[in-house]
Design a protein around this ligand. Structure first.
Ligand code: ATP
Ligand code: MG
Length: 761
């Protein structure tokens, strides 16, 4: 790794190792065991463990257990589980601040002896009053004049439990007029008559966070103490305590990073505990909870969480990250990994009346149809009775409905084309069953029927299908920045009791994730699943349904292929963006937003990273499309730089410019661009050469395709006439001609749509 592209924390660590300030980096992850760890903790875990790993150092796991009233060993276990599940291992045993209570007490005694701490006997309210405000200085308590002997005596008796809670506290004697409120004689110890889950009743005094944290870091030999931004003002106190006690070097230093906030999510343990206690969710590991245990039970993979933490990076400004980005990460991880199978959520019976009652057959169906070289397939039973999903049949189809209708045949995935012959209704007049006919020569893979269908639907065979329960999870909150229970999404869980699944899924190892074709990604619930009553959790839908809800859909002149877009990196608020930037960074940021029109989060990412920034400017010299270039640089180039071992990269600014041009012209899709980019980074070849050599060009742009289609239509008037007279088989002819004219490079789906709209006129 090279210096420049690292995040600011890694740069600090690297600098400190280089200068010899420390010989080894030691970090720690210091959760308080008062709740299950959440996705924000995953960020802190990745930072602390990740940095130790990257620099060959060590990371401790320390339970910051100084508050006897809220802590519980159950949470200790949950924290250990979460760290291990994320594939990290702490150095040595799990550590506990409570193990240091004796030493901390001795340090406090030392401060008293130095005249730097005193026992105060003001009430809580008086202490607050005396502290002053940000604009007015505070005044010191009269008890600050107590002698060292008296303080020692009182503190000792506090420890033994001779006083009531709130009667006395131990305070540092610093400066009641300090502009930093944290320095106005902060509390170091308070009395608590509560049983501690580890030390029992041994102690009646407990150290405050500020006193315990820096000293625990020091005791453990931590070098870099990373915490979230809200502790920025505590740093002065952190340093004061270590310096006043003159601890022998090397001593730790504190650095702050931005905490993770996710849209549609509450993240504080206090609020999560409330959800659990009020029964809004079914426990800390409810699959809707943003806890690691919740994600795990829902079916998220550790890889997806780690990828997410990696993508959001480490910044010095607080921001709100779109939860869609996390959902993108899990889809992206599972897309290639997991087998695709068929499950019908809302079964509608179909009887194929020209299929012999006595007969049945087994069809070969690949588990990874999108990834042909990948092996694996199963047998799909097929017989006269099958089930399709109710939503895949429509008697009064809206325009653009591609599935089964009384007039429109449809393909059963991996099987045959069927046509609806008759609709059978129940007493209420609702569709109860469909009588259909299948085309024996339309078998998938050897279809000679020539029948044109617009889509393939999933289905299951009636006799072999198994009944399963599905739990369809959605976002727990319906508002972007939820406050609490009042913002709960009432549809965050829908239970489908009678879904039908193909037999192979149950027969084979169910402790696995699946894509249920056209429905989403699913995971066998690790708690409630049993062979007799299988239960699957929906991990995530196939597409982001929330993006649609938010955007007003514009009518487009031509259908475009649907590709899932990666959500915008971050939804940062501009005021936050620039807040913590240096002078130079701020100037760049202004230039990028005002002059180049970049969105603030892009501008900020670039402005904060001088290597990325200068690379970006180089690319612009070749091709002046700031937004498109910025996207490539921030997403692809940055990742490559980060992954590169020696700081060398296999491509030049000119090549990135070329890649951008190819995307803009529609020559390649964004998806293919990713592939080209990866190859480019490895082979150092020009992107255009890669695209040509590997035949990656994809024409999906209607602007390019329509003239070709019009040409094909114009030169085949006879076939157009026949088609319009009802010979629908000729549809394939036109599509074929267009594909031929583009040497197979046209996106077939787009061509289908375009040809169909052109021939309708
Ligand atoms: P919460 O406010 O959710 O209860 P906390 O900060 O009180 O969290 P701790 O158990 O004290 O929780 O946190 C352990 C470590 O995790 C701390 O270093 C803290 O800074 C970090 N951390 C907590 N929440 C986040 C977050 N949302 N993003 C990043 N780091 C976090
Ligand atoms: Mg806390």
């Amino acid at each position: 790794m090279s210096t420049e592209r690292k995040d600011f924390l890694r740069r600090i660590v690297e600098e400190d190792l280089k200068s010899g300030k420390y010989s080894e980096v030691v970090t720690r992850f210091p959760p308080e065991p008062n709740g299950y760890p959440h996705i924000g903790h995953a960020k802190a875990i990745t930072i602390n463990f990740g940095i130790a790993r990257d620099f060959g150092g060590r990371c401790h796991l320390r339970m910051d257990d100084t508050n006897p009233t809220t802590e519980d060993p159950v949470y200790v276990e949950a924290i250990k589980d979460a760290v291990r599940w994320l594939r990290f291992q702490w150095d040595g045993p799990v550590r506990y601040t409570s193990d240091y209570f004796q030493r901390l007490y001795e340090y406090a005694v030392e401060l008293i002896k130095m005249g730097k701490a005193y026992v105060d006997s003001l009430s809580e309210e008086e202490i607050r009053e005396y502290r002053g405000t940000v604009t007015t200085p505070g005044k010191r308590s009269v008890y600050a004049q107590r002698s060292v002997e008296e303080n020692l005596d009182l503190f000792e008796r506090m420890r033994k439990g001779e006083f009531a809670e709130g009667e006395h506290v131990l305070r540092a004697k610093i400066d009641m007029a300090s502009p930093n409120m944290k320095m106005r004689d902060p509390l170091l110890y308070r009395i608590r008559h509560a049983r501690h889950y580890r030390t029992g009743d041994k102690w009646a005094v407990y150290p405050m966070y500020d006193f315990a944290h820096c000293l625990s870091d020091y005791i453990e030999g931590v070098t870099h103490s990373f915490c979230t931004l809200e502790f920025e003002n505590n740093r002065e106190l952190y340093d004061w305590i270590l310096e006043t006690l003159k601890v022998s070097p090397p001593r730790p230093h504190q650095y702050e990073f931005a905490r993770l906030n996710l849209s549609y999510t509450v993240m504080s343990k206090r609020k999560l505990l409330e959800l659990v206690e009020k029964g809004v969710v079914n426990g800390w590991d409810d699959p809707r909870m943003p806890t690691i245990a919740g994600y795990r039970r829902r079916g998220y993979t550790p890889e997806s969480i780690l990828a997410f933490c990696d993508q959001i990076g480490i910044a010095k400004a607080n921001s709100l990250v779109d939860v869609a980005q996390l959902e993108f990460c899990i889809r992206d991880d599972l897309n290639k990994k997991v087998p695709r199978v068929m499950c019908v959520l809302d079964p509608l019976k179909v009887t194929i009346d020209n299929y012999d009652e006595e007969e049945s057959q087994e069809l070969e169906a690949p588990y990874y149809p999108h990834d042909v070289p990948k092996e694996g397939s199963r047998k799909l039973p097929f017989s006269r009775e099958i089930y399709i999903d109710r939503k895949d049949f429509s008697e009064n189809p809206p325009k653009g409905y591609y599935r089964l209708t009384p007039d429109q045949p449809v393909r059963l995935r991996y099987a045959y084309i069927i046509r609806c012959k008759e609709v059978i209704r129940d007493e209420k007049g609702e569709v109860a069953e469909i009588v259909a006919e299948y085309y024996p020569d339309s078998k998938s893979g050897s279809d000679t029927s020539g029948i044109k269908v617009k889509s393939a639907i999933h289905w299951v065979e009636a006799n072999s299908a198994r009944r399963v329960e599905l739990r369809l999870y959605d976002r727990l909150f319906k508002t972007e920045e939820p406050k609490g229970i009042e913002d709960i999404n009432p549809d965050s869980l829908k239970i489908v009791k009678d879904a039908l699944i193909e037999p192979a899924v149950i027969a084979e190892k169910p402790d696995e994730r699946f894509q249920f074709e056209r429905e989403g990604y699913f995971y066998a619930d690790p708690v409630d699943y049993s062979d007799d009553a299988p239960v699957f959790n929906r991990i995530v839908t196939l597409k982001d349904s929330w993006a649609k809800k938010q955007k007003t859909t514009k009518s487009k002149p031509h259908p475009k292929p649907k590709t899932e877009k990666k959500p915008a990196q971050k939804m940062q608020r501009p005021s936050d963006e620039a807040a913590s930037m240096g002078e130079e960074e701020k100037k760049l940021f202004d230039y990028y937003t005002r002059k180049l029109g970049l969105r603030s989060e892009m501008a900020s990412t670039l402005a904060r990273d001088d290597v990325l920034s200068s690379f970006f400017k180089e690319v612009l010299k070749h091709h002046n499309e700031p937004e498109n270039i910025a996207k490539l640089v921030i997403n692809e180039v940055a990742r490559e730089l980060k992954n590169s071992q020696d700081g060398r990269i296999g491509f030049t600014p000119a090549q990135i410019a070329e890649l951008a041009e190819m995307i803009e012209s529609g020559l390649i899709s964004n998806k293919i661009a990713k592939q080209v980019f990866e190859e480019m980074a490895k082979s150092e070849e020009n992107p255009r050469a890669i695209v040509e050599k590997r035949g990656l060009v994809q024409i999906a742009d209607p602007e390019i395709l329509l003239p070709i289609i019009d040409e094909v239509i114009a030169s085949n008037p006879g076939n157009v006439k026949k088609y319009k007279e009802g010979n629908e088989r000729l549809f394939g002819f036109f599509v074929g001609q267009v594909l031929k004219a583009t040497e197979g490079k046209a996106n077939p789906k787009v061509v289908n749509d375009l040809v169909s709209s052109r021939l309708e006129k």
